[in-house]
Design a protein around this ligand. Structure first.
Ligand SMILES: [Ca+2]
Length: 482
């Protein structure tokens, strides 16, 4: 064969193979989605958000490969309204889903977030808690809770023993003389449990998620994995408790007269006082919470490992978040519901293959997940959705999506507008149950309420108007046309 012919043949082969590569690229299957959500997890408990005691290497690894949002907020500060909101794509006061039911009656046949993916050919499944489920009650039963069947191709629950798990247990709440036995319900209880990770709900959830990834790796999947820790009861295998001896736990600084300038509605529903927890029990609460976080983080690691082994990591968008935050003794507040930053802010990491890791300070809302992930996967973004598309922040972390985050605490008829400089909290739509205003530049831990200060009345007036306009805007939506 002549040299020229050989060169021509080589050139032709090169062209065909690159054409082939192009066509494979064009036909490449759409991104899978792996959505991991923890329950009652405050960002402040994660090492990638600066916690020095509680180490969360597996969540940190997702943050190291994705965009970590430093100012992400939930839309409702407890399970029911928060989950109904980001799954439906509407604010709690748009659907009226303010309690523990799923939003289906309010949204009619409109597709929820996962249902939108299902309608677009995705194998769509959830393991454990995505819509509201009672913890520990619903987990002990292993039932569907307030789940929405139409949102999934398949769904799986992870029954667990919760507070009944054998081990060393103690009730911390309402137990000043130490005589109260370990109890169920939404109560501060710790159990350093016998046995391994698989005894508990989250261990089973991780195992099922790993199995599903392997089974469905050749399809396009939307897999939602809901861990129930660190929601109370703080139950985890004993080895996780050994990492956090309670005597070594530090409590947030306590300031004399901290509650004096706060309206009654602003004192959280669980406090060191009404829970009758002395400093020892407060430290045991922090230790139990961290043990639960470390246990949950280890389960996240198992799922991420299965994704890697499936060969799908390069084609899967991973999201890690929580349904709301949590107090661990700041202002002597505990748990959720409060509209302070510890409770209203959430950890949020979005990792998209091929995009540079980054930290983004734009205000983000969990409500943004539905439009953002739909857009990243090339699906239509329904114009009726009330969230914003965060995708531009993943290419340019300095991009600002909104000037304020909005969050509610229906149990307290409370509203939060969180701007860069100000956190404005109002109780009742007419503000008759009080207002809190914090200067987040000079007082980031929110110790001084400026709502009554003469100097700040113009700021308060501006926020009153802004809140009324926000409520009006979000209530003016397509849900009226049933
Ligand atoms: Ca929750």
């Amino acid at each position: 064969m002549k040299k020229q012919t050989l060169v021509a043949l080589a050139f032709l082969t090169l062209c065909t193979s690159s054409l082939f590569a192009e066509s494979v690229k064009a036909k490449k299957k759409p991104y899978n989605v792996l959505f991991i959500i923890s329950d009652d997890l405050t960002a402040t408990a994660l090492s990638c958000y600066g916690n020095k005691v509680c180490q969360t290497p597996n969540i940190d690894a997702i943050a190291a490969s994705g965009t970590r949002f430093t100012r992400a907020y939930c839309q409702g500060t407890y399970c029911g309204p928060s989950r109904a909101s980001f799954m439906s794509g509407y604010y709690p006061h748009a659907t009226g889903a303010l309690g523990y039911s799923n939003p289906r009656p309010q949204i009619g046949d409109r597709a929820t977030w996962s249902q939108h993916f299902k309608n677009n050919g995705y194998y769509t499944t959830r393991v454990s808690k995505i819509f509201h489920m009672g913890v520990p009650g619903g987990i002990e039963k292993g039932d569907d809770g307030a789940d929405d069947a139409a949102s999934w191709t398949e769904r799986f629950n992870s029954k667990g023993p919760e507070w009944k798990a054998p081990g060393i247990g103690e009730t911390l709440e309402g137990n000043p003389d130490g005589k109260r036995p370990v109890v169920g319900g939404n109560t501060f209880v710790i159990v350093a449990a016998d046995g391994d990770d698989l005894v508990h709900s989250d261990g089973k959830t991780a195992a099922k998620a790993c199995e599903l990834i392997e089974q469905h790796k050749d399809e396009t999947f939307f897999l939602a994995v809901g861990f129930v820790r660190p929601h109370v009861p703080f139950v985890a295998p004993k080895n996780y408790f050994d990492l956090f001896p309670y005597g070594e736990m530090n409590l947030p600084e306590k300031i004399e007269g901290d509650w004096d300038d706060v309206p009654k509605a602003g004192i959280n529903y669980k406090t060191s006082v009404n829970m009758k927890m002395n400093v020892m029990r407060q430290k045991k609460s922090v230790s139990g919470y961290y043990a639960s976080v470390a246990y949950m983080d280890a389960q996240v690691g198992k799922v991420m490992n299965a994704l890697k082994e499936s060969g799908q990591a390069d084609n899967t968008i991973v999201i890690f978040t929580s349904d709301h935050g949590y107090h661990l003794g700041e202002h002597d507040f505990w748990a959720k519901v409060s509209l302070r930053d510890e409770s209203a802010a959430v950890p949020l990491i979005i990792s998209v293959p091929g995009k540079k890791p980054a930290v983004c300070d734009s205000f983000a809302e969990l409500l943004d997940l539905y439009p953002t992930i739909s857009s990243l996967c090339g699906l239509e973004v329904p114009s009726r959705l009330q969230g914003k598309n965060l995708a531009p922040t993943l290419d340019d972390p300095t991009h600002q999506v909104r000037d304020a985050a909005f969050c509610v605490a229906p149990m307290r008829k409370g509203f939060l507008l969180r701007e860069d400089k100000w956190a404005y909290i109002q109780y009742k739509e007419d503000a008759s149950a009080g207002i809190e205003l914090f200067d987040m530049h000079s007082d980031p831990l929110q110790y001084t309420n400026l709502a009554e200060s003469k100097k700040h009345q113009a700021v308060v007036a501006r926020f009153k108007k802004k809140l009324a306009a926000k409520l009006e805007e979000l209530r003016d939506n397509d849900l009226k046309k049933k």
